[in-house]
Each structure stands twice: as C-alpha cells, then as structure tokens.
Design a protein around this ligand. Structure first.
Ligand code: 4NP
Length: 157
C-alpha cells in the first residue's frame, strides 16, 4: 500500500463499540506517528447524530482515550469507495455490510478482531449489559488496534 489506509470501524448503533474502536485506534496511531484516516459508522441509523454512549465514554476516558467530535451515523454507499479497510465488530455487522457492499469492494471488509490473536472473533455488544462489558470491549479493541498498527507498519515496509 503506497499510502496509509483509510479505516472505517463499524458496529450496529455507532454509539458503543465502533466509536470506542475509533477513539482507541486514533490515539494509538497518533502515538506511533502513523497518519491514518479513521472514521466509524453503524449498520443501523437509529442513534443518528448521538454522541457515544456515556458508559463507553467513561470507560474509555479512564484509559486515556478522547471521544471528542464523534457522532453516530449510518454506513453509506460512499463508504465502500472511500475506505481501504472496513472493520465490523461482530458477525452480524459483517453480514450486514457484505449484503450492501458492491462486489469490487468486498475484499475491504474483515472482522476487526482478525487483527488480534485473541480467542474471540467478535467484540460483543455491551449495550444491554453492565460496566464490565464496556471494559471487556476496550480490552479487545486495544488488542486488535495494536495488531492493526503492526499490520499497517509491515505493509509500509
Ligand atoms: P453498538 O451498541 O452497536 O456497539 O453501538 C449498540 C447500541 C445501540 C443498540 C444496540 C447496540 N440499540 O439497540 O439501540
């Protein structure tokens, strides 16, 4: 890849997991001096324009991540053109993206946790659970973000 990839993180509502992934990854990329474009979106638009969930913000802020400027939006057709990597949080998000993505861009879509070597394949939806779920989401996102950064660095060499 001759340029740093533009990366889109995707979950269902775009208020818990994908904004957390966005906040964590942009922090780690900046710290590593990697100038990537990042964004996040939901497969559903029912929280349109909402700020990230307060529970996600509390858990992430306590670990030093910044959620400013993030507002929920739904994935749009243009995203499949614009982004080089489209990273859904779970298998449902993956299937929903595959359903609407043009064939020529399908190769851009892969589970975010495919960049980690942990046992989980998906970041579980924390919305209806407690604070522990949000901590676990961050644990998984931090692992996958580190793996994704290594992947990007290796591709640039
Ligand atoms: P997210 O979590 O997909 O990680 O943003 C959810 C947010 C909202 C809902 C479900 C999951 N909801 O049903 O409203």
């Amino acid at each position: 890849m001759s340029h740093y990839p533009a990366i889109l993180f995707v979950c269902l509502g775009n208020i818990c997991r994908s904004p957390s992934a966005h906040a964590v990854f942009r922090h780690k990329a900046k710290a590593a001096g990697i100038n990537v474009t990042t964004d996040c979106a939901g497969t559903q638009g029912f929280h349109k324009n909402a700020k990230p969930d307060q529970r996600a913000v509390s858990a992430g802020t306590a670990r030093g991540y910044d959620f400013s400027g993030l507002h929920a939006r739904k994935v749009v057709a243009d995203d499949f053109e614009k982004f080089d990597l489209i990273l859904p949080m779970d298998h449902t998000n993956l299937a929903d993206l595959i359903d609407v993505c043009p064939p020529e861009h399908q190769h851009k879509i892969q589970l975010f946790l495919s960049f980690s070597d942990c046992d989980e394949e998906a970041v579980p939806d924390p919305y209806y659970g407690g604070a522990k779920g949000f901590e676990y989401v961050l644990d998984l996102i931090e692992l996958a973000s580190d793996g994704l950064l290594e992947h990007i660095k290796a591709a640039k060499q």
